[in-house]
Design a protein. Structure first.
Length: 377
């Protein structure tokens, strides 16, 4: 079956052209300049057509399982399908659902209860999903039971990405312990109690990271999957990531870390919400500035799926990044980083995963989404 999309602005690797896409058997068959005149051609009314967005890290799945604190949705399949709907409505055709193995200091008991449930929901939902869902395993090294959680999960059929996380107070994203101290004071602890608890959490976190790091690295290396270091902040973090076999530095919190990651040959993932908001919500470096300086290779939605397309268009319209380069941060580059060489570009023989959108007064509006040539939104 052949589909012809014409009168479209096609976002290619290095240019945007007025042209026509011909799709056949779920693949891109031809990419041509000019307008097709056949009666079966679909008039795209001058909308942009880009490759479907590829999201390497989203926490949005968990939000459908726990829509409010302590509220657990009883139907796992329904929660996963709601997430899938949000995914395709955001123009995302391939998504790596971030599922947490463990939580800091066993404080996230709900994540333990949901770990296997969410893994199963991704595996069993595959026949019903519209997007291509894969698993991004978030390995919280401060959890004393991490290895026991990760080892059986490595057999999951959709597992494709893993990240090494350390949320010890005073480290990485939480290097400013005043954030935790203010939280503890806000729930009624006095200053002495808060400082004592921070000290205890810090000691336990460091001990667990030291205990978990080597066996975790060995287990993940044996799988050959893509591995990322999370929240790199210093030169030591980048060197540790490189030595551990990571090929990605995910959400670096400082310009120094992003620069050193580039020099070390690591791909860098930034948070799209950071770009949309104009800065980090937790005091980290502004990803928009790093993107303008060529220090970000890809963007991930983190906690807002719609932020990917919004971030790419903001970088183009507000920060002067060429549209093909801005869209590459959410299409071609993530595909390359994840080893997905069958998607992420508008080129013959690649999967016909497509996003049709227009920009209305600065806001990108998703008009149509195709996965393997079939309309899903």
């Amino acid at each position: 079956m052949e589909t012809v999309l014409t009168n479209a602005r096609l976002i290619l690797d290095e240019a945007v052209i007025d042209g026509t896409l011909t799709l056949r058997d779920g693949r891109i068959h031809r990419v041509e300049e000019g307008r097709a005149q056949g009666p079966a051609a679909v008039d795209c009314e001058g909308d942009f057509i880009a490759p479907g967005i590829i999201d390497l890290h989203t926490d949005a799945l968990e939000g459908h399982f726990v829509p409010r604190p302590k509220v657990f949705w009883p139907d796992a399949r329904a929660a996963a399908l709601a997430h899938d709907g949000q995914t395709v409505a955001s123009g995302i055709t391939t998504v790596f659902d971030a599922i947490c193995a463990g939580g800091f200091d066993q404080a996230k008991a709900e994540r333990r209860a949901l770990f296997e449930v969410m893994l199963d929901a991704v595996a069993h939902g595959a026949p019903l999903f519209r997007a291509d869902h894969r698993v991004h395993l978030r390995c919280e090294m401060t959890d004393p039971d991490l290895i026991g959680l990760v080892e059986p999960a490595l057999a999951h059929p959709a597992l494709g990405f893993a990240s090494l996380m350390d949320h010890t107070p005073g480290a990485r994203q939480w290097r400013n312990v005043d954030v935790l101290r203010n939280f503890l004071l806000g729930i009624g602890k006095d200053a002495a109690e808060a400082d004592r608890e921070i000290g205890e959490r810090t000691a336990r976190g460091r001990a667990n990271v030291e205990r978990n790091f080597a066996p975790l690295v060995e287990m993940l290396a044996a799988t050959g999957m893509v591995r990322a270091s999370h929240d790199d902040t210093t030169a030591d973090h980048v060197e540790t990531a490189r030595a551990a076999g990571c090929t990605v530095s995910e959400f670096p919190t400082t310009r120094e870390a992003a620069t050193l990651a580039r020099e070390a040959g690591l791909g860098t993932i930034g948070g799209a919400p950071n770009v949309v908001r104009g800065g980090s919500h937790s005091g980290g470096v502004a990803m928009g500035e790093l993107a303008q300086d060529g220090l970000v290779d890809a963007l991930a939605s983190d906690y807002v799926p719609a932020s990917l397309l919004q971030a790419a268009t903001r970088l183009h319209m507000t920060d002067g990044v060429a549209l093909p380069d801005a869209m590459a941060l959410v299409t071609r580059n993530p595909a390359r980083m994840a080893g997905l060489d069958d998607r992420g570009r508008l080129a013959p023989e690649l999967r016909a995963d497509l996003l049709r959108f227009r920009i209305v007064e600065g806001t990108p509006v998703v008009r149509q989404v195709l996965v393997e040539g079939e309309r899903v939104f």
